[in-house]
Design a protein around this ligand. Sequence first.
Ligand code: ADP
Ligand code: MG
Length: 232
Amino acid sequence: MLEVNGINQYYGGSHILRDVTLAAPVGECSVVLGRNGVGKTTLLKCLMGILPIKSGEILLNGKDISKMTPEQRVRTGLAYVPQGRDIFSTLTVEENILIGMAKFSQRKASKVPKHLYDIFPVLDEMKHRRGGDLSGGQQQQLAIARALASEPSVLILDEPTEGIQPSIIKDIGRVIRSLADKGDMSIVLVEQFYEFAEELADNYTVLSRGQVVAQGAGSDMAENNIQELVAI
Ligand SMILES: Nc1ncnc2c1ncn2[C@@H]1O[C@H](COP(=O)(O)OP(=O)(O)O)[C@@H](O)[C@H]1O
Ligand SMILES: [Mg+2]
């Protein structure tokens, strides 16, 4: 389980994350919601070690990982699907996925495991195409496959539905649900698409100006009027 305890982060003089605390249990989809600019992406970058935290703790199975480099965090089980996907447009689909396996031995890291192509069959069909030739939705699937290629225990996704057609959003939702239900992974999902978030959330956290303003079980989101807190 991933735990965030009272973390604070600044850009220069501006206080971006304020005592943020949340837990992402194994086997659950933990959703983080909030309007534009409240600090969602900043929080995920702090989890991955791309940005340092000023204070607080980030614990993975009870061990503080907050001083680790991003590479060390990937080795210890975190994987990140960044906002905007960041796939390599001149590399092939297959090469993009193999990048996600860099932490493994050269032998293991030379072949994409079949189960990844089973999850996203379109990537199998397109494995020799360049990443840049894929549609936005296919690129998002590729970014998720690349993250899963590292066999993470914590999968962190930043707005995977942003700018993506509804049919692929449904596919991505099904994949996230089945990964959570397998019971060996914590999923942290940042979303602005409320219905998608509510459907997947086992627990939720709402951020406003870098602070947690609501938190609870996913099944209580409707009665707690969470949609109003994040409506644009
Ligand atoms: N590199 C940066 N330098 C300075 N301020 C930043 C930087 N990145 C983001 N911010 C600011 O930090 C706040 C939180 O941004 P972000 O975490 O990207 O929000 P969200 O993902 O919730 O939209 C915003 O006010 C944004 O303008
Ligand atoms: Mg963001």
